[in-house]
Design a binder for this molecule. Structure first.
Ligand code: GLN
Length: 485
């Protein structure tokens, strides 16, 4: 029997393996039906910018060959995977959602890509995102927004909106995204899937196109906690190609999913719940009740530096972005504009290539780094960042995990916030603190509003305690039925 499109949409990593082992379908069957399904479903959401059938079939054939030879093809054997288009893939176009890189074919693979293929994963395509991962709605992509699979007039969230929508639609079983200030958790929340941002340095950034290097993380999406954890496990760990990747050993995450969370102390930070009298707030509080029902002890805590987080993030992120984006000058990588002089060529290439949000951030970032303002803005923001990290350190001396909303509201309408960048920035309030502190954090589905829009609950734990975070999230997932489309 071959895998059908509808079966792809509901499979987990474990079920893929069972199907392969029982010879219900081959990895090539599955890759082909996933590709067919993804191509047919794409006009609804615009989640994929490109499909990679040759690469997918080649990877799937390798899995089938190994299975036939009685070898173990790895923990992601035959699993159809989508990869955010800010993660480079050798020979497969990587655009970062930008006109500037419309024709860029990378000469190498990101470490995360190499590792997931080594684990037997099958990359079926590259997903849409905000340009250079800058945005909270996917509306900053040069190739059009990603529509929310639950409501076509709403955003999928950003910047990893394509990966979140692909997993929600079931066109991929799991997906890679990137998170600098919430870009995995917020779209996961908006699309009703699990989204994980690990500890900074847990996953190599080699081959992740840089936005704000001290904040950039590769993260994972799945329809279940176990799936997102398995993908993370496959890509995590020290990599010689990224000096900031951590030496910390990667535990067996699946072995931790024992549902035993009785007696865990959960902190609810006061600052995240003030003024959250909304449907989102009600759903999160129901989620908290469910945690109480699992035997967790709930405590109120305080993270007082939270009020500075948005300002701090938008100074550090834009400063680093202005420096990282300087490389797109028309000499390498990019589409080059014709001009008489070199400086005119730079100007025209960058002027025509970057979208409005990138330009805004380059200007802001250049300003906060400029002579006379560096101390007042950039240096000050770095000090505030230390305070934010310190708040978490103190909190984790008292509690095992922290629970908060992911976003103040569910998915908003396409066009609703795009002309008000400040309002868009403010909607990142609950997610950017985790990135600034570099701690693991994730979004787990926690129900839907009356209008049927998913809402995610955020769980944060201390550095390198992804295992504890997954244990809590999975126990919660068993209790609260997820958001299957
Ligand atoms: N929304 C945030 C921003 O626009 C976060 C983006 C991200 O995490 N890549 O910067």
């Amino acid at each position: 029997m071959s895998a059908t499109a509808s079966s792809v949409a509901s499979l987990t990593v474990e079920q893929v393996r069972k199907g392969l082992d029982a010879r219900e379908f081959s990895a090539v069957d599955l890759a082909q039906s996933a590709l067919e399904f993804a191509q047919a479903a794409n006009p609804k959401t615009n989640a994929y910018l490109l499909f990679s059938p040759e690469r997918a079939v080649e990877a799937a054939k390798r899995v089938d060959r190994m299975l036939a030879a009685g070898e173990d093809p790895g923990p992601l054997a035959g699993v159809p995977i989508a990869v955010k288009d800010v993660i480079v893939t050798k020979g497969v176009r990587t655009t970062c959602g930008s006109r500037l890189l419309e024709r860029y074919i990378p000469p190498y693979d990101a470490t995360a890509v190499t590792r997931l293929e080594r684990a037997g994963g099958v990359i079926i395509g590259k997903t849409n995102c905000d340009e250079f991962a800058m945005g909270s709605s996917n509306e900053n992509s040069a190739f059009g927004p990603v529509r929310n699979p639950w409501a076509a007039d709403r955003v999928s969230g950003g910047s990893s909106g394509g990966s979140a929508a692909a997993v929600a639609q079931g066109t991929a079983v799991v997906a890679l995204g990137s998170d600098t200030g919430g870009s995995v958790r917020q779209p996961a929340s908006f699309c009703g899937v699990v989204g994980v941002t690990p500890t900074y340095g847990r996953v190599s950034r080699y081959g992740l196109v840089a936005f704000a290097s001290s904040l950039d993380h590769i993260g994972t999406f799945g329809r279940t906690v176990a799936d997102a954890a398995l993908l993370l496990q496959a890509v995590a760990g020290r990599d010689e190609c990224d000096a900031t990747s951590a030496f910390a050993p990667v535990p067996d995450y699946r072995a931790q999913l024992d549902g035993n969370v009785r007696g865990l102390k959960i902190g609810l930070p006061r600052e995240y719940f003030e003024g959250l009298a909304s449907e989102t707030g009600d759903l999160i509080m129901k989620g908290v009740d469910a945690l109480r029902g699992l035997g967790c002890e709930i405590r109120e805590i305080s993270l007082p530096a939270t009020k500075y987080a948005v300002a701090c993030y938008y100074i550090i992120a834009t400063a680093e972005a202005s420096s990282n984006l300087a490389r797109y000058d028309g000499v390498r990588y990019t589409t080059r504009a014709e001009a008489e002089t070199l400086s005119d060529m730079y100007r025209s290439t960058r002027g025509a290539g970057f979208g409005a949000e990138c330009k805004r951030r380059i200007m802001l970032g250049t300003y906060v780094l400029s002579h006379g303002y560096y101390d007042a803005y950039y240096l000050k923001a770095q000090k505030v960042r230390a305070l934010i990290a310190d708040d978490f350190r103190k909190a984790f001396a008292e509690v095992d995990a922290i629970v908060t909303p992911v976003s103040p509201s569910p998915a908003f309408k396409i066009g609703e916030k795009i002309d008000d960048p400040l309002e868009m920035y403010l909607s990142d309030i609950y997610t950017i603190t985790g990135d600034l502190a570099g701690i693991p954090c994730m979004s787990v589905p926690c129900g839907k509003t009356a209008a049927g829009l998913p809402v995610g609950m955020q769980i944060l734990t201390k550095h390198f305690d992804e295992a504890g975070m997954f244990r809590l999230a999975e126990a919660f997932e068993r209790r609260v039925v997820g958001c299957g489309l």
